[in-house]
Design a protein around this ligand. Structure first.
Ligand code: MSP
Length: 541
């Protein structure tokens, strides 16, 4: 099963991680990029820990929301989707997203998987035909009952207006023939799942939300539409297309071979499934309630876990408060603006290190500059450039040769590096990237302090202390090597560059992080490269 730990010499265990598939109603934005980077860092970290990773992202192309966006642009839905794909794939490439697959729900493989799953859950007795009469929000692609709408309207003071309880937009009245999924039968099995696997939904605040929602009772769910055609046709009832969420969730199975008849697809499914899902807090009911119920109905294993991140808000510098980001408020930050300011790796570092991933977080350009300058320019970048300069200057363009057993000699830097991989991994496993990166920064700070304390420039003036000088520089280079490995999931290009400058280029992209972080592995007596500043300081206003 996928959460078994890697064992040296044995076949790599599988780790399958997914992002939500994004609606193609607009180009990617800061929130979707954030979620994708968060998943990418976990995928890269797991590869470094020795897992055989499959990392999936993609696009949700069906449904009324996408069809409406296409119509607004006088395009067919398919032409509209095709035209937007590069906006996603190009940005993901630029942001160093290492996905192994990119799924689009209009691909034939998705039609096969959706139709297969429908057949199976129908055969298992969990579908019945009826009529839906209620409210629908196109923006949220969600059904609401009369009571839910009335309560939300009353609470808001918009009685009789029928506005969406989630987003406040006007709802559509839907009355149509529909197939229903017997979600109501899954209340007990779901509560049992949350009880027996307390980490199924994380963080805890979301778990509690999901548990109390399910405890409140579940209603059967309308899963096909007849007043509408932009979707996957039901295999057993002409004129019905799949409800977009039912279609979308199945993408996670499609990408690992479900419903495909190619040789090897059944083996792939057995090996890869279940997945770890990364989603925003707004879509946990779909992922933690409807999706596991669908899987149970089909006789398949439920996901390994669902990690839910918070929402990015924009920090208002006047009030210090976070505000909802939106185009209409004029406060939305585009990924391009952040890329222009921080560069790709500064971008990734900021969102991974300064945002508490389970909570809502307020971001701002001022904070971005501050974090970049403090952590990357002044601390990490500075450590690398000072150390490489000194090594090059005092050891004729090379790293020092060190006496045998040097790695057992104590220093504050070695002490700070002791057990760092375990501490870092405990945080990264729990999606606490802030905690993991704080561990790494502690080592960077210890190394920078050590330079001040040990004063290698003074040692260099005293030929009798040549061994001490070699030890100090060797210690610093070793700390840099370890930090580069630990930062690689977040900043892969600069880490590879640093390893290259140290003469350890072959260590980049390692798949045994614990071994790589063992103290003492720094290459000795090899040419080192001073190079350009990795993170040039930003001139703040
Ligand atoms: N298509 C569905 C997902 C189907 S998955 C089977 C969908 N798409 S979406 O494009 O609307 O949103 C995708 C993700 O973006 C969600 O996880 C949502 O939480 C995230 N975000 C949207 N705005 C956000 C922020 N301001 N901050 C962080 N993430 C946000 O829902």
């Amino acid at each position: 099963m996928s959460d078994s730990k890697p064992v040296a010499g044995a076949e790599k265990p599988s780790y399958y991680i997914t992002t939500p598939i994004y609606y193609v109603n607009a180009a990617p934005h800061l929130g979707t990029a954030y979620c994708t980077i968060l998943a990418d860092v976990q995928a890269r970290y797991r590869r470094a820990m020795g897992y055989d990773v499959k990392f999936l992202t993609g696009l949700d192309e069906h449904g009324e929301k996408v069809a409406t966006a296409a119509a607004d642009h006088d395009m067919t839905p398919q032409a509209w989707c095709d035209s937007l794909v590069p906006a996603y794939t190009d940005l993901w490439r630029e942001l160093e997203i290492s996905n192994d697959d990119f799924i689009r729900t209009t691909q034939p493989r998705q039609t096969k998987a959706v139709q297969r799953l429908f057949e199976v859950i129908k055969d298992n007795g969990y579908l019945y035909k009826g009529a839906y009469d209620g409210w629908y929000c196109i923006h949220e692609e969600t059904y609401f009952t009369e009571t839910q709408v009335r309560h939300a309207d009353e609470a808001r003071g918009t009685q009789g207006q029928h506005l969406c309880p989630d987003c406040g937009r006007p709802l559509e009245r839907v009355q149509e023939e529909s197939w229903f999924f017997k979600l109501s039968e899954f209340q007990e099995p779901l509560l049992k799942l949350y009880r027996e696997n307390p980490h199924f939904v994380e963080p805890e605040i979301r778990r509690n939300e999901v548990v109390s929602f399910v405890e409140g009772g579940l209603k059967d769910l309308s899963v096909s539409r007849t007043s509408f055609t932009w979707g996957i046709p039901l295999p057993f009832d002409e004129g019905h297309v799949t409800y977009v969420w039912f279609d979308a969730l199945i993408n996670y199975l499609t990408a690992v071979g479900y419903g495909q008849d190619e040789p090897g697809s059944a083996e792939e499914l057995a090996r890869r499934w279940p997945a770890q899902h990364i989603v925003g807090k707004d879509i946990i009911r779909f992922h933690c309630v409807i999706w596991p119920a669908m899987l149970m109905a089909a006789g398949l294993e439920v996901p390994k876990g669902v990690f839910s991140h918070g929402f990015l808000m924009v920090r208002n510098e006047q009030t210090g408060q976070g505000e909802k980001m939106s185009k209409s408020r004029g406060n939305a930050i585009a990924p391009r603006e952040v890329l222009d300011l921080l560069g790709v790796e500064g971008y990734r570092y900021y969102f991974m290190a300064d945002v508490a991933h389970g909570q809502d977080s307020a971001v701002s350009f001022a904070r971005m500059e501050q974090v970049y300058n403090t952590d990357l320019a002044n601390s990490w970048g500075n450590l690398v450039s000072r150390t490489l300069n000194m090594s090059s200057k005092y050891f004729d363009g090379r790293s020092p040769e060190l006496p045998e057993g040097w790695e057992t000699r104590e220093s504050p830097v070695r002490a700070a590096a002791e057990g760092i991989c375990e501490r870092y991994a405990a945080c990264m496993d729990a999606f606490d990237y802030q905690g993991g990166l704080a561990q790494v920064m502690d080592l960077v700070h210890a190394a920078n302090h050590y330079i001040e304390e040990a004063e290698p420039w003074a040692l260099a003036k005293d030929p009798a202390r040549a061994d001490d000088l070699a030890f100090v520089i060797g210690t610093l280079l070793e700390a840099i090597r370890i930090v580069a490995h630990l930062l690689e999931p977040v900043m892969p290009t600069t880490s590879a560059e640093v390893l290259c400058r140290l003469g350890a280029a072959d260590e980049a992209g390692c798949d045994d992080l614990a071994a790589a972080c063992a103290w003492g592995g720094v290459p000795q007596g090899v040419p080192v490269t001073k190079g350009e500043a990795l993170f040039p300081r930003l001139a703040t206003e």
